[in-house]
Design a protein around this ligand. Structure first.
Ligand SMILES: [Zn+2]
Length: 322
C-alpha cells in the first residue's frame, strides 16, 4: 500500500495541474509580441518561453535614448498584436509609430504599470543643475515628463513587477497559454530573487566607494544596493556636456577621491580622459542596456551580473584613489 503524506499529496496535485496546463489546447499561432528595449525584451522572452519569441525593436548597440526606427522595425511593430515599452518618458521615437497602429495592437506602458517604482530624475546634491540643464527638458518642453528617471529596469524589484504585468497581459490576450505564462513568471521571479540576494552580498562591501557614471542610468541600481555614485558626466544623454560641466565633474572627483569613472559602450570615451586627467581615478565600462549582450531570456540576469562585476572590479581596494 502507498501512503502519501500531505506534502506528497500537494506535490502530486501540483504535478497533475502542471500536466493539465501543458496539455491544454494552445493557439495555432503564438501571439505576435514586440518589445522596445533589450532588458524588457529579456523579461518578456522568459515569460513567453515555450510559447513564442517576442520581437525586439531597439537592436544592436543603439542607445536607449534617441533611436531611429528602420523600415524593418516599423514592419515588426505594425505586425505586433501586443507591444511592451517603457513609455514616452524614454522612447519618444515610438510615440508616433505606436499612434499610427491606431488601436490594432494592445500597447502596454511599463512606466505606469502597477507595482513599478518610478523615481524622480536626480538633480541637486551630487547631480547639481548647471547651464547644461536646459537640455534636460524634453524636446516638447514637457518638464513633468522629463522629471522622472526612465531607467527603471535596473531595480530587480521592478523587474519582478514587470514580469507580473507581462504575464497578466499575455494571459488576458492568450488565455489558452495562461498557465504556461504563470508558471514561467513564477520561475523567473524565483531566479530574480536568487540573483538579487547574490548581488546584495557581492555589492555590500562597495557601499561607501564613490564613483562617477557616464549618463545617469543607474539611480535604480544604486538605490536598491545602497551604492555611492556621486555624479554623471552627461546630464542629458542626447547632448554633449559643456566645458563647465566637465570642469565640475573633474573638481568633484578630486574633492571626493572618487575611485572610478565609468564609460558606456554607446558613448564617446574621450570625455572620460578629460574628467580624470590629473586624478587617481580609474576608468571602466558599465552598460545599462545590455547593448553588447545577445538578446534573449538570459540577458537580464547577465546585465545585472555584469554591472556588479564591473563595479566590483574597478572599485576594489587596490584602486583606492590617493
Ligand atoms: Zn539612459
Amino acid at each position: 500500500m502507498i501512503v502519501l503524506c500531505g506534502r506528497h499529496i500537494r506535490a502530486a496535485a501540483t504535478a497533475f495541474v502542471l500536466v493539465l496546463a501543458l496539455a491544454a489546447p494552445t493557439r495555432a499561432e503564438p501571439p505576435r509580441v514586440a518589445v522596445s528595449i533589450k532588458p524588457i525584451h529579456s523579461l518578456v522572452a522568459s515569460v513567453m518561453a515555450g510559447v513564442g519569441t517576442p520581437d525586439l525593436i531597439v537592436r544592436g548597440a543603439a542607445s536607449e535614448h534617441g533611436y531611429t526606427l528602420r523600415p524593418s522595425d516599423a514592419k515588426r511593430l505594425s505586425e505586433a498584436q501586443l507591444v511592451f515599452w517603457i513609455g514616452p518618458l524614454l522612447e519618444n521615437y515610438l510615440v508616433q509609430p505606436l499612434a499610427s497602429l491606431a488601436g490594432q495592437a494592445t500597447v502596454v506602458e511599463i512606466a505606469t504599470a502597477p507595482g513599478v517604482l518610478l523615481l524622480p530624475a536626480r538633480g541637486g546634491g551630487a547631480w547639481e543643475p548647471d547651464a547644461d540643464d536646459e537640455h534636460a527638458v524634453a524636446a516638447d518642453g514637457n518638464k513633468a515628463l522629463s522629471s522622472k528617471d526612465p531607467h527603471l529596469w535596473l531595480d530587480p524589484a521592478n523587474a519582478i513587477a514587470i514580469a507580473r504585468v507581462v504575464a497578466d497581459r499575455l494571459a488576458a490576450f492568450d488565455p489558452a497559454n495562461a498557465p504556461r505564462y504563470s508558471a514561467n513568471e513564477a520561475a523567473l521571479e524565483k531566479r530574480l530573487l536568487a540573483l538579487d540576494a547574490q548581488l546584495k552580498s557581492r555589492l555590500a562591501p562597495l557601499r561607501d566607494r564613490r564613483f562617477v557614471v557616464f549618463h545617469d542610468a543607474y539611480q535604480y541600481f544604486d538605490r536598491h544596493y545602497g551604492l555611492s555614485a556621486i555624479g554623471s558626466i552627461m546630464i542629458d544623454p542626447e547632448h554633449q556636456p559643456g566645458a563647465r560641466r566637465l570642469h565640475e565633474v573633474h573638481e568633484k572627483i578630486v574633492a571626493t577621491g572618487a575611485r572610478c569613472v565609468f564609460r558606456e559602450p554607446q558613448f564617446e570615451p574621450a570625455l572620460i580622459a578629460i574628467v580624470t586627467e590629473g586624478t587617481a581615478a580609474h576608468s571602466a565600462t558599465l552598460d545599462p542596456l545590455g547593448a553588447e549582450l545577445p538578446e534573449g531570456p538570459d540577458l537580464y540576469q547577465k546585465l545585472l551580473e555584469d554591472l556588479a562585476g564591473n563595479l566590483a572590479s574597478c572599485l576594489r581596494p587596490s584602486n583606492e584613489a590617493r
